[in-house]
Design a protein around this ligand. Structure first.
Ligand SMILES: NC(=O)c1ccc[n+]([C@@H]2O[C@H](COP(=O)([O-])OP(=O)(O)OC[C@H]3O[C@@H](n4cnc5c(N)ncnc54)[C@H](OP(=O)(O)O)[C@@H]3O)[C@@H](O)[C@H]2O)c1
Length: 264
């Protein structure tokens, strides 16, 4: 299958590192012009330099803005009048005792993980439907369906994204615009290696360490290793393509079989 995104403009929120950066690279490799987003111009410029090195000939547009605010979303819309592929990747996470999470923390998770994506969808979906082609995606998590007791606030935000995604897919019915979410599982992003070595023998190689971690702490994973960011990006690139034209309103799993379910 040859995926060609030439002539398409993509926006990937929270793409200065991790899964977002891998998605930005994957979309650019398929020919899209990709807007790279993070909160500060310095971090965004640094990411663009790294991406341009990894994807020779790739076209990257730096767009620094805190998209969890109305003002930040408006700044993005001014910088990018037309977006064909919107990937709502931005998400924050962290463990907290469920009986200790404050009202402000609940609101922050909703604002950053859900409302930011809703706002950007509101800004860019009308243009896509007018042009008769578009792709909106939300990066959800296994925590959307397997709610961790220590991350109820995070799980809530990711479950909400699945609802938002399904709803906007209905809104875009019959327009040529598809709307989907991707359920990412435990992924090998920055900081994860330190986290793993806190839980397993420090003398193990990374390969052995992640297998021991998965066996002891994530036994429900069928992959039994962490997912690489590029593996999540592959699904996002496919969903962004012309070839994925009949896939909409779905929640597609790249979770290494972590969620114990036959569907989707
Ligand atoms: N990592 C996993 O194992 C995993 C598993 C399942 C799902 N996910 C989901 O995948 C997505 C990406 O996760 P990740 O681990 O790759 O994230 P990450 O490494 O923590 O990166 C977060 C990104 O978001 C940016 N960012 C943070 N706040 C922002 C804001 N207000 N406005 C704009 N950009 C902002 C950061 O850039 P700056 O610091 O430069 O602003 C950074 O590029 C999230 O939605 C997460 O919930 C992750």
């Amino acid at each position: 299958m040859h995926i060609d995104l030439k002539g398409r403009t993509a926006l990937v929120t929270g793409s200065t590192q991790g899964i977002g950066a891998a998605i930005a690279a994957g979309l650019a490799r398929s020919g899209a012009r990709v807007a790279v987003n993070g909160r500060t111009p310095e971090r965004v410029e640094e990411a663009v330099v790294g991406l341009a090195r990894d994807v020779p000939g790739g076209e990257f547009v730096p767009v620094a803005a805190d998209v969890s605010t109305e003002e930040g979303a408006d700044r993005v819309a001014r910088a990018l009048p037309e977006v064909d592929v919107l990937v709502n990747n931005l998400g924050v996470f962290g463990a907290k005792d469920p009986l200790e999470i404050s009202d402000d923390e609940w609101r922050r998770y909703f604002e950053v993980n859900v409302l930011a994506a809703v706002r950007l969808t509101r800004l860019f979906l009308p243009g896509m439907t007018e042009r008769g082609w578009g792709r909106v995606q939300y990066i959800a998590s296994d925590s959307a369906v397997v709610i961790p007791a220590e991350m109820i606030h995070y799980g809530m935000s990711k479950t909400a994204l699945l609802a938002v995604s399904r709803g906007f897919a209905k809104q875009a019915a019959g327009t040529g615009v598809t709307v989907n979410s991707v359920i990412a599982g435990p992924t090998h992003t920055g900081g994860v290696e330190d986290f793993v070595y806190e839980l397993v023998d420090r003398d193990l190689s990374w390969e052995e360490a992640q297998r021991a971690f998965m066996r002891e702490h994530r036994p429900q994973s069928l992959l039994q290793r962490l997912i690489e960011p590029e593996e999540i990006a592959n699904m996002v690139v496919y969903l962004a393509s012309d070839q994925a034209s009949a896939t909409t309103g779905g929640a597609l799993r790249v979770d290494g079989g972590y969620v114990d379910s036959i569907l989707p």
